[in-house]
Design a protein around this ligand. Structure first.
Ligand code: AHR
Length: 657
């Protein structure tokens, strides 16, 4: 705080005396010589179901283990007032219903006290006063059975904050729904279902959704979380991961065909993050696939982002079992990739296009890219990639194929992948970097010398990992975000090579995370953007359409005196956009000459993200400690004089006529 006040004083004195208080660093931006286009896909989103991102997160279902398919059928459920003759049994009809075999049979004998089931939700249920909730269940009950269901939402002390009732009356399976509104807001509510009367009732897919989902879609997504994504204006959405693509073993890989159609027919599987980290075991983490491939495509369309599915290439996670599909048995995997293109783009009379149409989307989703494998490495990957690439290119020559460079941005595996993929004329290669903030600062030059005539880069997963003391949310501190901003100026400067970038992971539930840092944190009711989120947002919202050279002493700004920078021009808004990062703890004065301009507006915009304290972070309790501050900037002539505050990321926009 003290240094900030001194800094302000120095700036003020400098302004009053009419001279700049610091020796100025001269920077030149040549506005008439764009060097490369910035792809519309440049800044995007990486979505993976980790940290309760899908079930318990963006997928707004409030009931956990709604179809009793977890390893323990009653995990997440509590029996209320059990009795010897009255109770619940779990039946398994796998012969007739292999994708959703289990259901619950409730039996209440005459004269028994009332009996109930209570669901705990995902670390509780977030309930909002005045919002309508839709309770639904698949049920069947014989005509002579008269069980009534009393449905209640209760707060932790057990007070009812919303209730309704229903009597399922069909003798065959039928979906029944009833709606009611909540009378109070509660972060950790439970759903109680009391069974009154006597008889026997079969239940499956017990579900509770709020009405206020994104676009009010029934059974849809949490609106606040989608809004945070929409605000990023992402150029693409990569889904469904990450390691969940691969599975710990092939059996639990992500299979998109099992995630479409009716939700009750989507076969639930374990989530690989369930027991991945001993220190953060999450035994109740499964994938219901309520958020499946249709919904991912729909989300991409809603956000005007290119869909970018990543598919299993017949290799289970190499950190886990590393199981491989023999090369001569890859056909079903390749067919999955080809069928996915048809599902997304095929006409309504094609096999998979018809299913998309039946799900409510006759128009194609315009899929343009597909990823083969997630974080694969070694010859085993290259062998499989070749077969996939050939088959996809033959059937769909316009689909761009993304290949993997493995989990690290350098080393033997990386070098091998890189040289093999070059020989194979790979189109786009997915590089991942999780490293210290210092690595990000030092690697702002990473792409300066990449071959402009070889493959393009998808910076598919990256995040600076700094000190991890304090609460988990504090791992998203300013030192990490600032170093990412510095690195991202290097990505932007090299947009000739780098065409897609996404921070990872995207989401984390404050009570259900496995991995830190993450871009967006949430609990059952609230959500916020981390300081890293605002860095991403500033780049993405101020992308521009072409790269302009920004030079200091004829060199790119890659950390000299701790300064980093990049510049773009936006052909749509006619703005010159400057991005400047001061990674040093003292102010630095810059003079940016906008060479080659005809006429500039006098009124520019300056947006600053700054903190003197590198440990600064936002949190669920204090979500706006550090957010961008926007001001007007008066432009005199064709230069920008600016004092860059210590530890700051600054975006300046000036309209050109
Ligand atoms: O983002 C978390 C994990 O990091 C991803 O699942 C994986 O691809 C990488 O190792």
């Amino acid at each position: 705080m003290r240094s900030q006040s001194i800094f302000k004083l120095i700036v003020l004195l400098g302004l009053l005396s009419g001279i700049n208080a610091f020796s100025q660093i001269q920077i030149h931006v040549n506005t008439s010589k764009p060097v490369a286009p910035v792809q519309p896909t440049m800044w995007g989103i990486f979505f993976e179901d980790i940290n309760l991102a899908a079930d318990g997160g963006i997928y707004a279902e409030l009931v956990k283990n709604r179809s009793f398919e977890f390893f323990q059928p009653l995990m997440g459920w509590k029996i209320m007032k059990p009795d010897t003759t009255t109770g619940v049994t779990i039946l398994n009809r796998s012969e007739t219903n292999p994708d959703n075999p289990r259901f619950a049979r409730i039996s209440v004998a005459s004269g028994e006290p009332s009996f109930g089931l209570s669901n705990e939700g995902f670390r509780g249920m977030g309930i909002k006063k005045g919002v309508t909730y839709h309770f639904s269940v698949f049920a069947k009950q014989k005509a002579d059975s008269k069980l009534r269901m009393r449905i209640e939402l209760v707060n932790p002390p057990g007070e009812v904050i919303g209730s309704t009732s229903m009597v399922p009356q069909s003798e065959s399976w039928k979906r029944c729904e009833v709606s009611f509104s909540a009378t109070a807001t509660e972060q950790k509510a439970r759903l109680n279902i009391w069974f009154e009367g006597e008889g026997s009732l079969d239940l499956d897919m017990i579900s509770l959704f709020p009405d206020d989902t994104w676009k009010n879609r029934p059974g849809g997504l949490r609106a606040d979380l989608v809004q945070l994504l929409a605000d990023l204006k992402p150029g693409f959405i990569r889904f469904p991961g990450g390691c969940v693509v691969e599975g710990r073993e092939l059996e639990t890989r992500y299979q998109w065909k099992k995630t479409i159609g009716n939700t009750e027919d989507r076969k639930l599987i374990v989530n690989r993050w369930n027991t991945e980290f001993k220190r953060r075991e999450t035994p109740d983490y499964f994938q219901s696939f309520g958020l499946g491939f249709y919904e991912y495509f729909q989300l991409s369309e809603d956000l005007i982002a290119e869909p970018l599915p990543i598919l299993s290439c017949g290799m289970a996670c190499q950190y886990n079992t590393a199981e491989l599909v023999p090369l001569d048995q890859l056909d079903p995997y390749i067919q999955d990739a080809l069928d996915l293109v048809e599902f997304a783009n095929g006409t309504s009379d094609s096999k998979w296009g018809k299913i998309r149409t039946q799900m409510g989307h006759p128009e194609p989703f315009n899929l343009k890219m597909i990823g083969v494998g997630n974080e694969q490495w070694g010859n085993q990957y290259i062998e499989r990639y070749k077969i996939f690439a050939k088959a996809i290119a033959e059937k769909y020559p316009s689909i761009k194929i993304i290949s993997s460079a493995g989990p690290a941005p350098n080393g033997t595996n990386f070098d091998y992948a890189s040289s093999e993929l070059k020989k194979l004329n790979a189109q786009i290669v997915d590089e991942h970097y999780y490293s210290k903030p210092e690595w990000f600062l030092e690697n702002a030059t990473r792409y300066d010398n990449y071959d402009r005539n070889s493959y393009k880069i998808f910076a598919g997963e990256y995040a600076a990992h700094g000190a991890k003391t304090g609460i988990p949310e504090s791992h998203n501190h300013w030192k990490c975000a600032l170093s990412e901003a510095a690195f991202m100026t290097g990505l932007e400067r090299n947009a000739a090579v780098v065409q897609l970038c996404s921070y990872a992971p995207l989401f984390a539930h404050v009570d259900g995370w496995q991995w830190t840092p993450d871009l967006i944190w949430f609990d059952n009711l609230r959500s916020y953007g981390t300081v890293n989120y605002f860095v991403q947002k500033l780049f993405s919202n101020n992308k521009g359409t072409e790269v302009l050279p920004m030079l200091r002493a004829n060199k790119p700004m890659t950390g000299q005196d701790g300064l980093y920078g990049s510049a773009t021009y936006d052909q749509n808004s006619h703005e010159i956009i400057l991005k400047l990062v001061n990674s040093k703890g003292e102010p630095q004065s810059v003079n940016v000459a906008l060479d080659g301009t005809s006429k500039l507006s006098r009124n520019g915009t300056i947006i600053t993200l700054q903190s003197d304290d590198l440990t600064t972070f936002n949190s669920i309790e204090h979500p706006t400690v550090l957010t961008p501050v926007e001001n007007k900037l008066i432009i005199k002539g064709k230069t920008v004089d600016q004092v860059l505050a210590p530890y700051s990321f600054t975006v300046i926009k000036i309209k050109q006529y």
